[in-house]
Design a protein around this ligand. Sequence first.
Ligand SMILES: [Zn+2]
Ligand SMILES: [Zn+2]
Length: 279
Amino acid sequence: MKVRFWGVRGSFVAAGGEFARYGGNTACVEVTEDDRRLVIDLGTGAIALGRALLAAGAEKRPLTVLLSHTHVDHIQGFPFFAPAFHPKSRISVYGPRGAGKKIDVVLDESLNPDYSPLYSLKNLSAKFEFHNLGEEPFSIQDFHVTAAPLPHGRIDSWGFRIAGNGGTVAYMCDVGYVDGIPTPGAIDLAREADLVIHDTTFGPEDWRSHQRWGHASWEHALAVAERAGARRLALFHHAPDRTDEEVDRFVALARAAAPRGLSVIGAMEGDDGVQLLGE
Ligand SMILES: [Zn+2]
Ligand SMILES: [Zn+2]
């Protein structure tokens, strides 16, 4: 199983040289095993991913997208995601009812003429299927997926645990724990995972003054990974004003605090990906 980060930022795109190394695109992660593939979130990282998928002829195979929630940094690549415009594409989207609406309604509204010249989902050439997320585990293309709601300010953001033949990855983005104490549900999702991708919008100092924002610090991410017995933690959803040097500092602090057996990386856009098996 391989994990590739196409977008690692939260909130909005970070443009400029001081963000270039980790990358400036908003959340989008690709999980592949053999020729099977899941895409998690459609931030602006999905724009380059979509181009790469079409260049590789991937429209011939069904594509599955898991959406954690529909805050704009997690769907702003959707109107520019090339497979959505290919008549041969078949795209299944799994998403939550964040503030009460079904996922297809939210995505359709995001294309309405006030926001987009596309007007409606009906104008996209791909064939779409929409599924509302629930807590029953499900299988997609031999990936075993468990989804669970995580606290994210006034709404839930859904976390995913994806188990394949070659490893298990947990994606826990946009999560803010009350008093910084990870929920049992979060720890369950990350249980003995080979890789935990976790919101680290803040450091411990700035988290205290932003507790209601629904995001985590690297300390909380480390606590989740440690209690879950995970092997590797990727700091993710870097704040858009967090420079490369500051992300390096978070990684160094988290590494110094991590127990033996837990390695820490900063999620970085466009690298060759994290290989989960055979290391
Ligand atoms: Zn976000
Ligand atoms: Zn959010």
